[in-house]
Write a protein that binds this ligand. Sequence first.
Ligand SMILES: [Zn+2]
Length: 287
Amino acid sequence: MQQLDLGICATTHPRCANRAPTPPPPAQQLALFEQASSTSLEGSNPPLKTLPSPPPLPMESPITRGQARIEQLLRQLLGPRVMVQLTQNRSTMISYSVKRGVRYVRLHALFAQAPDHILGAVARFVSTKQPDPKTVWLIDQWIEIHRPYVKRQGRKPRVLPKGEVHDLQDIFDGLNQQYFSGRVQSRITWSTAARKQKRMSIRMGSYSEHEQLIRIHPALDQTFVPEFFVASVVFHEMLHELHGVAETADGTRRVHTPAFRQDEARFEAYAKARAWEAKHLRRLLRY
Ligand SMILES: [Zn+2]
């Protein structure tokens, strides 16, 4: 199955990064495809002109209508054996598979209103192993523009800032007051992580732009971890909200720009935190 993961937050880097998207299990996919076929067949039968139009189905929504329209267009471009399913899966925006000659296409619901030239790019994407850069760019742009819609549709993340040792909200509020005049608006939470794993590296924090949420690794919520170190990680993630993503002349996206690094060093315990990290990283990895 080909898939394009475009829903990854821009803030991805060695020390703070977002969780990798998980594809849905095959069983669930099959169930969704079955659903797709029944919905789309209804949608692709236009009423006869001599009869009055039937009232809209109670289940009909912009998503259902969009799905039928996309399926019709993809069938025009790729032939009749195409099934389309619109989903709310934010980690995989587009995927497709071919089973017994039928091309099953799964798209995020933000494509429901996409114009024909975007759907043309979708058709190219799902019908070739190596889509050309312009096709990928068109799809990427459409997703980028409609990201706020995805945010509203998304499930609310769990926000638990109070840990057993450190209270992230206290740390965040203190830093916001001291360094940013209260301008940082993100929420903050401890993230979840499996314990006693063999770790080669650890993502101490991450910032999700579309959720406006900072996540801090629970390994930092231990008694041997001093507050100034937790604060240094929180401070770094707060800077991500303020700096956003910089784009260089060649279109490369950068999060840790020289300006970012300069601001990061303004944290009063910066050098102390780096030294503590070097000394205790192995112990943190054992969490
Ligand atoms: Zn970072």
